[in-house]
Write a protein that binds this ligand. Structure first.
Ligand code: COA
Length: 311
């Protein structure tokens, strides 16, 4: 199986952090409501000099450094984002220039909302196999604050800005499984005909979708590999809500410690949440070589995706 292995990770957050109390300047809410309904305690919002692009570049530089890889060795660059600054050029094009990557490689954005990072990882693998090449740089970067209606308490307290990046290598014998899916649905939407509408969300139907998507992806990956959850060291799923993770843990009947959690500190950073979590785990020494991880993304679209690999 032509699978990917993780060589390095990096992350970047805006300088400004807002705790739950700070959100009361925008809407009628409270630390108590946000904490008990979501587990979120803090999020970062970009200042004027920070964007999806600046965060993506900083995270990518750290991932390349962590991987010990010359940027010229990158054969494919993908940026998962729903909040790029421009329609053209893509965020990937601007990252490509900032890092002085080779000109003979594909570089593009991938839009699959909060499942975007894993869609991008799977797309990178397919591109490496189809075109030849060994190394992929995959970034999840978001300025979610640019999409929010700061007067809508149903959504504005849930999201944050940030970026995570990972460098992968294609290996002929690497263990690797993936699943993905989509169901056209307007339960979360942003944009509209003139890109004028901020985010709107039916929170309860998204919640119901998420608590079935995580266990389903995990079971499908394990089924494909003929493994049990005991064979997996970490489940790193999209960080949207503590209660979504808790419900998935109960449905799967596994120890909660197997699920990495950091949403209390970053809120929902959409496509950035999984690579940020990977980088934290690696930094803390939680990702020893050879460990088996499952990653699960789910989000607007609706989209979902899961990948199992060894690091
Ligand atoms: N502060 C205070 N009250 C709030 C609030 C806030 N930030 N946001 C909503 N409320 C209110 C609602 O207006 C409602 O009031 P009402 O009963 O007077 O109408 C009340 O809280 C309960 O709302 P409800 O929607 O029933 O709460 P909930 O328990 O379903 O939790 C979410 C709401 C959004 C936290 C939850 O549905 C959720 O997490 N959904 C998934 C969202 C998500 O993760 N999306 C991204 C996926 S990638």
């Amino acid at each position: 199986m032509n699978g990917l292995r993780l060589l390095g990770t990096g992350r970047a957050l805006p300088e400004k952090a807002l705790d739950n109390d700070a959100m009361t300047q925008y809407v009628d809410t409270s630390d108590e409501w946000i904490t008990t309904r979501t587990g979120i305690r803090r999020r970062y919002f970009c200042a004027e000099n920070e964007t999806t692009t600046t965060l993506a570049i900083a995270a990518a530089q750290r991932a390349l450094e962590n991987a010990g890889l010359d940027p010229q060795a990158i054969d494919c660059l993908l940026v998962a984002t729903s909040s790029g600054e421009y329609v053209m050029p893509s965020t990937a094009c601007m990252v490509h220039k900032a890092l002085s990557l080779r000109e003979d490689i594909p570089a593009m954005d991938v839009g699959a909302a909060c499942a975007g990072f894993l869609y991008a990882v799977e797309t990178a693998r397919a591109l490496l196999i189809a075109r030849g090449g060994r190394h992929a740089l995959v970034i999840g970067a978001e300025q979610m604050s640019s999409l929010l209606d700061m007067s809508d308490r149903n959504t504005c307290v849930l999201f944050g800005d940030g970026a995570g990046a990972a460098v992968f290598s294609l290996e002929a014998d690497a263990e690797y499984e993936s699943v993905c899916g989509v169901r056209g649905d307007m339960a979360i939407r942003v944009g509209g005909p003139r890109r004028e509408q901020p985010m709107a969300m039916d929170g309860q139907s998204v919640f119901r979708f998420a608590v079935s998507a995580i266990p389903q992806c995990v079971q499908q990956l394990l089924g494909k590999a003929g493994l049990a959850l005991e064979d997996v060291d970490w489940v790193v799923c999209h960080q949207a809500n503590q209660r979504i993770i808790d419900a998935s843990v109960r449905r799967l009947g596994v120890p909660a410690e197997k699920f990495y959690k950091n949403l209390d500190r970053y809120a929902n950073t959409s496509a950035a949440s999984i690579p940020i979590a990977l980088d934290e785990l690696r930094e803390q020494g939680g990702l020893a070589t050879g460990m088996r991880i499952i990653m699960v993304g789910f989000g607007g679209g609706l989209t979902w995706s899961g990948i199992m690999m060894r690091v």
